[in-house]
Design a protein around this ligand. Structure first.
Ligand SMILES: [Zn+2]
Ligand SMILES: [Zn+2]
Length: 356
């Protein structure tokens, strides 16, 4: 049982891992977290037990099948209940407040966050905020199935609208897009000023995409963009929708707008520029495509993928020497990059044939 960030198993001296994100992996009795070692750059997956579906007095909060003995020790996993409480108390006041639980989550200490929530539910199984938090944590660790009944209960008991949003996500992620749409639509009607309105609208768009109704999906993504002009998520979804249907000019227009945003982070900006370049190339506007991939590389100069994309555009422009130089650069950055190697061979062969 880990109460804090685990140490890197690859490094000889203790090096605490940095939390990256939950990973959808492993059996349903567990959830999985992804960590990275800042020292050796290795990624580490950590499996954690799910804990009880119905926390109540006398059951172990660590595993999902343990009764506690008279000493308060789990008969299944041997976890001492008092020790678990102490660990939660070290990080949160008791009962734990929502923001303290969410702060544990940010650090990757999901197991402790679940314990903190479960302790609240042991004290009061009808605590709507604790139920909503538990559902939110379950959705975050890609365990939407057990999240559904918990979130439904939280909503019945009057939890914040965010519980409806999480229920929508849980339904969509368990293959129930129609039901998810119902939940989302109800949320929009009941809480027209909901802060996450743009997010909800684009999620509805995602559900219609799952149902194969891509016109409807487009309409929702457009509404989502209009609801929050500064949220890049719906724009990406709208772009994917249009591009997926071969509407390249309109897809390009979405990116033209996005590229003007001052608040994109460098990686996102580099992506926008690279996709823009791809759209421009598809429209035969090769000089502009080259400019846009160069913009992309300004934000992310050491990406072999982007250098490779630049090489492809140069080749289309007939600038073979520059294309060759770009491919060599891509291979310098990523020696195993087989597509770059293949294209280099092709260009060398073609120019060899041309000079003969
Ligand atoms: Zn390491
Ligand atoms: Zn146990």
């Amino acid at each position: 049982m880990s109460w804090s960030a685990p140490n890197c198993p690859h490094c000889p001296s203790p090096s605490p891992l940095t939390f990256e994100q939950p990973v959808d992996y492993g059996p349903s009795s567990h959830f999985c977290l992804g960590w990275v070692c800042e020292r050796c750059k290795n990624k580490v997956l950590q499996l954690n037990p799910m804990g009880p579906s119905e926390p109540r007095p006398g059951v172990c909060l660590s595993c999902d099948r343990g009764e506690l003995d008279d000493a308060g020790r789990c008969r299944h996993c041997a976890q001492l209940h008092a020790q678990l409480v102490t660990q939660v108390e070290r990080e949160c006041e008791l009962p734990a407040q929502a923001e303290q639980i969410l702060a544990l989550r940010e650090r990757g200490l999901y197991r402790l966050a679940f314990h903190a929530v479960d302790l609240r539910l042991v004290a009061n199984p009808d605590d709507p905020e604790a139920l909503a938090l538990k559902g939110k944590l379950l959705v975050a660790v890609d365990r939407p199935e057990p999240a559904k009944p918990i979130l439904r209960r939280a909503i019945e008991l009057g939890a914040d609208p965010e519980a409806q949003l999480n229920l929508g996500i849980a339904l969509a992620n368990t293959g129930h897009p129609r039901e998810a749409i119902e939940v989302y639509e109800r949320l929009l009607v009941e809480h027209p000023d909901e802060e996450a309105r743009s997010f909800v609208l684009t999620n509805i768009g995602g559900c219609y995409t799952a149902l194969g109704e891509r016109d409807r999906a487009e309409a929702y993504h457009r509404r989502a963009v209009a609801a929050d002009l500064e949220n890049p998520g719906p724009r990406w979804n709208l772009f994917a929708n249009l591009f997926g249907r071969g509407r390249v000019e309109e897809a390009l227009a979405v990116l033209d707008e996005a590229v003007e945003f001052p608040f994109l982070d460098p990686d996102e900006r580099a992506n926008v520029c690279q996709f823009r370049s791809q759209m421009l190339a598809a429209l035969g506007r090769l000089d502009e495509a080259l400019e846009s991939i160069d913009d992309s590389l300004r934000w992310d100069p050491n990406s072999a993928e982007r250098v490779f994309a630049r090489a492809c555009t140069l080749r289309q422009l007939g600038r073979l020497n520059e294309a060759r130089a770009a491919l060599l650069r891509a291979l310098e950055l990523a020696p195993e990059f087989s597509a770059a190697r293949d294209l280099l061979v092709k260009i060398n062969r073609a120019s060899g044939a041309a000079s003969n």
